[in-house]
Write a protein that binds this ligand. Structure first.
Ligand code: NAD
Length: 363
């Protein structure tokens, strides 16, 4: 199959849909890989690395779209890219169609077959192509929070691990799922005193069993949250209620109960945020202050570490990408119900119930 990977054009997006290693695997199986010139530069992969992997470099996205039978990307296709999609072509990327009627309309009109990373499932009921980005955002959260805690950045001037004779920072992580667990591990690894709150007792049991005292955990109630945040230097918001906006777990009024210069890192900002005072920020201006409390609310945190994120995403997408290339989308989806769960659009038909329900389109 001819597999094409264009350069990402969404602002601030430095990831790329295919690593040279993934290209090499596809080429070894007899597929042709076409990469737009410079596509990997934002992630530290130059054109030579793709050429060495056996891929062909072309000058424009138009050539990639015109030649490839399958397009592999990171972000949803932008309007100019959607115009280049055609009937019978497979698109494999993040789509997030439910809040995006314009994109949905264009994908339906194109006649393409669109498989969305975010709805591919796994045998444990998880979302294997979303998980790597949650792992990245979770591990990044204490790192950006620690930077924000520095005095010059508006924070309390507290060091995560303290030093001999001075106690560590107190970190509260709300939500102990993928993001929260990775955040807690890194914060604890930096020497902070960490408590994870979750509403799921099985999850708290799992954290207790696996992490054996590296960090504490507590059942999440409004009362427990209020008590813990009073003493916290950093609060990391990592909750998710599938299919719903994030619940607001810290109100503006409560900010006055916190220590001045404490830091809120709202990872759940892409679902509306779990603190009342959160508003989305960008990597260019990531932090702001409300009532003496510093906020970090970047909605695409993995973009800050594009190389790690690209490789992590590539590791997760590659087996599916190879199955699609080896068997064709129809057979690959017939063989794997988890890949089939990713099918959102085919030949002008919406094929994903939740998107249809959100947009009022028949499925
Ligand atoms: P997840 O489903 O693995 O975990 C969410 C956890 O929140 C679950 O354990 C759940 O029990 C818990 N929870 C729900 N309500 C709660 C409450 N009231 N109190 C405490 N815990 C509660 O989800 P995830 O993959 O960890 O993602 C978490 C959030 O991070 C999502 O909103 C996701 O979209 C977001 N995210 C953001 C970025 C970014 O760049 N900003 C990147 C990746 C993920």
């Amino acid at each position: 199959m001819k597999i094409g990977c264009p350069k990402e054009i969404k602002p601030q997006e430095f990831r790329v849909g295919m690593t040279p290693n993934a290209a090499q695997e596809a080429v070894a199986r007899g597929h042709e890989v076409i990469i737009e010139r410079g596509a990997g530069l934002g992630s530290g992969f130059d054109d030579d690395a793709y050429v060495a992997a056996g891929a062909r470099i072309v000058d424009t996205a138009a050539e990639v779209f015109a030649t490839a039978e399958m397009i592999v990307k990171v972000k949803e296709p932008q309007a100019v890219e959607r115009k280049m999609l055609r009937e019978g072509q497979v698109l494999f990327t993040y789509l997030h169609l439910a809040p995006d009627p314009e994109q949905t309309k264009d994908l339906l009109a194109s006649g393409c077959t669109a498989i969305a990373y975010e709805t591919v499932t796994d045998a444990n009921g998880g979302l294997p192509l979303l998980a790597p980005m949650s792992e990245v955002a979770g591990r990044l959260a204490p790192q950006v929070g620690a930077w924000t805690l520095q005095k010059a950045n508006g924070g309390r001037g507290v060091l995560m691990g303290g030093v001999p004779g001075v106690g560590p920072a107190k970190v509260v992580v709300i939500g102990g799922g993928v993001v929260g667990t990775h955040a807690a591990r890194i914060a604890a690894g930096m020497g902070a005193d960490v408590t994870v709150l979750d509403r799921s007792l099985p999850r708290l049991r799992y954290l207790d069993d696996v992490f054996r005292g590296q960090f504490k955990n507590q059942y999440s109630t409004a009362g427990a949250t209020a008590e813990l945040i009073r003493d916290a230097d950093m609060v990391i918001g990592a909750v998710l209620i599938p299919g719903a906006a994030a619940p607001k777990l810290i109100t503006r009024e409560q900010l006055s109960t916190m220590k001045p210069g404490a830091v809120l890192v709202d990872v759940a900002i892409d679902q509306g945020g779990c603190f009342e005072t959160s508003k989305p920020t960008t990597h260019a201006e990531p932090i702001y202050e409300v009532d003496g409390i510093m906020h970090y609310c970047v909605a695409n945190m993995p973009g800050a570490v594009a190389r790690t994120s690209t490789i992590a995403l590539g590791n997760a997408t590659m087996p599916f990408m190879l199955a699609l290339a080896d068997k064709g989308w129809r057979q690959a989806c017939q063989d794997d119900p988890h890949l089939l769960a990713g099918l959102n659009v085919h030949a002008g038909q919406l094929t994903y119930y939740a998107v249809g329900k959100a947009l009022g389109i028949d499925v």
